[in-house]
Design a protein around this ligand. Structure first.
Ligand SMILES: [Zn+2]
Ligand SMILES: [Zn+2]
Length: 139
């Protein structure tokens, strides 16, 4: 799969049976919708489908950031702002093929999830630690 930002081949990162596409150059990460659902499910998140749909169906954010093409269908993706102050801008395929995180956005999301869902939400903690393991440990 080709990175929507720098157009180079991405590498497939496999971790606990979940596959992600990762760009070595810009550090961006692509999640297929199915893979993200699988990840949420494997980490014990309740109603992973609803959680995912909430992200996929969120409104388009006004942004001057360049639109990116979905690496699967090639169509322009929509920008969606997540986070408490809508500070994280991710790209989502309108046909729900998946989500794109620019380099750095994923760790922002991790911090956001960690802040918004304190440790009593055990399952979300697990998702956070999964993401941390995959993306923060190697650096
Ligand atoms: Zn890239
Ligand atoms: Zn697409």
């Amino acid at each position: 799969m080709i990175c929507p930002v720098c157009k180079y081949d991405m590498i497939v990162v496999e971790y606990h049976d979940i596959e992600l596409d990762y760009c070595n150059r810009c550090k961006g990460v692509w999640f297929d919708s199915g893979e993200l659902e699988l990840l949420l499910e494997s980490r014990g998140l309740e109603e992973p489908k609803a959680f995912l749909d909430g992200i996929l169906n969120s409104q388009e954010a006004a942004s001057s950031e360049k639109k990116r093409d979905c690496p699967i269908c090639g169509h322009k993706m929509k920008k969606t702002a997540i986070g408490r102050q809508s500070e994280i801008l991710i790209d989502i395929c309108r046909d729900k093929h998946g989500l794109w995180f620019d380099g750095g956005e994923l760790s922002q999301l991790i911090r956001h999830l960690a802040g918004e869902h304190p440790p009593k939400h055990d399952s979300r903690e697990q998702v956070i630690s999964f993401l941390e393991e995959v993306f923060e440990a190697p650096q």
